[in-house]
Design a protein around this ligand. Structure first.
Ligand code: HMG
Ligand code: MG
Length: 297
């Protein structure tokens, strides 16, 4: 059944900017601060990964130090291993995320290890996070297809999602990393995962490469999923998924939820402002259709 309320997880400052060559630390901080003023309750602000692998996310410790934190907003970060977790904790991240995949080839390219090895690497993160009382989110990439392996079986997605949930991740975010899914496939995948992990612990993280993200979210909302990831201005892309374009635009998601009468607590005008600001800094039009319609950019 369609939820009455949706939690939006804003991933623009992390997923959106991790692939941008020209982005500066000041731009990243300004974006997080602008997003903090929109009513969003959760902002993925940075990554504690190897700066050799993803140079754009270097300096996330300074970012966490300098952002103006709003009460009631959770600022989270990606942490691939214990070292990343310790850095995120020291920087004051209030939640962290480990990230695995439903595809062996993608796991190798993205985090340089097999799916099984990645789960083993996450174990010490789970132990340290529990001690520090920090919640851990678990991502599964390639849930609707892999740039290297092609089709991915929903059963494999469900298996990895369940493994992350069983090790203590409070929320599992299902990533259509290359935005290749269509509504029937998205629904079938979500049904398969929801048979093994409670629906209220699942989130959707759909990239919009083929323009299907909003349609896929709309279809999956009917199953009762109530946490959706998105990026302001449709920023985004994964450095290890060539051609992967941005995430579903938060402005477009908010407009859809408004139309469906689903509560979310985010101010569309403030969001459009934040999206226009970062798009201007990146020297490109705002990637959200709704933002374009509202401001003519
Ligand atoms: P590795 O080479 O297998 O591991 O990398 P390593 O332990 O041998 O370390 C290699 C180097 O990184 C060493 O430095 C370590 O010190 C350093 P060197 O000796 O060469 O100078 N290192 C670190 N530095 C800073 N912070 C750390 C850290 N760990 C090691 N935490 C590793 C393994 C996971 C570190 C590497 O593969 C990596 O950083 N990958 C990052 C991948 C990434 O960030 N991808 C993008 C995010 S995922 C995504 O976008 C998908 C998602 O949005 C969902 C979806 O859309 O599907 C979440
Ligand atoms: Mg992503």
């Amino acid at each position: 059944m369609r939820p009455r309320e949706v939690k939006i997880v804003e991933v623009g400052p992390r997923d959106g900017l991790q692939n941008e060559a020209a982005v500066t630390l000041e731009d990243r901080i300004a974006l997080v601060n602008a997003l903090s003023a929109t009513g969003l309750k959760q902002i993925e602000a940075g990554s504690f990964v190897s700066p050799k692998w993803v140079p754009q996310m270097a300096g996330s410790d300074t970012l966490f130090e300098r952002i103006e934190r709003r009460p009631g907003v959770t600022y989270s970060a990606l942490t691939p291993n214990l070292r990343g977790f310790e850095a995120a904790e020291a920087a004051g991240a209030q939640e962290v995320a480990v990230f695995g995949a439903a595809s062996e080839a993608f796991s190798q390219k993205n985090i340089n290890c097999s799916v099984a090895e990645s789960l083993a690497r996450f174990e010490p993160v789970m132990v340290a996070a529990e001690e520090a009382d920090i919640r851990v989110r678990g991502y599964v990439s390639c849930v609707l297809g892999c740039p290297y392996e092609g089709a991915v079986a929903p059963a494999k997605v469900a298996e990895v999602a369940h493994a992350l949930y069983a090790m203590g991740c409070h929320e599992i975010s299902l990533g259509d990393t290359i935005g290749i899914g269509t509504p029937d496939k998205a629904v079938a995948m979500l049904e398969a995962v929801a048979a093994r992990v409670p629906m209220n612990a699942l989130a959707l993280h759909f990239h919009d490469t083929y323009g299907q993200a909003l349609a896929n979210v709309a279809a999956c909302l009917e199953l009762g999923v109530s946490t959706i990831d998105s990026a302001v201005a449709g920023l985004g892309g994964c450095p290890y998924a060539a051609g992967a374009s941005g995430n579903l635009a938060t402005e477009d998601l908010v407009y859809l939820l408004n139309g469906l009468g689903i509560r979310h607590g985010v101010e569309l005008d403030a969001l459009v402002l934040a999206g226009n600001q970062i798009s201007q800094r990146l020297g490109r039009p705002n990637g959200s259709k709704v933002a374009q319609a509202l401001t003519g950019r």
